[in-house]
Design a protein. Sequence first.
Length: 115
Amino acid sequence: LISFVDAYRPGAYAGSVDNFFGNTPVPEAKRKAFSSELHVTEDTPPTFIWTTDDDSIVPSSQSKLFVAALNTAKIPVKFNLYPHGRHGLGLAAREGAPVANWTKDLLVWLKEQWQ
């Protein structure tokens, strides 16, 4: 996962909530249905997540919510929080280290999963 909106409940990033649900009031039950951190189970797969701490669009707290839920459920998770990097940087080919290394970090993690 790359820097995602996890909590669609009140307090979540408003732009993402509006983009997902539209500009109409959303019932709490519907918000909860789409909040991934509320649906982690023993069947959730090991997860690699990365984001940047200074993303100006989606705060890193969104990824941290999901990581906390994974940790609570004892699901293996690798969470890389890079200090700098703009929102939507994709493969980060034009970015500096350390965020430019996220694909290498993912490959290392994937190899560890299959050993």
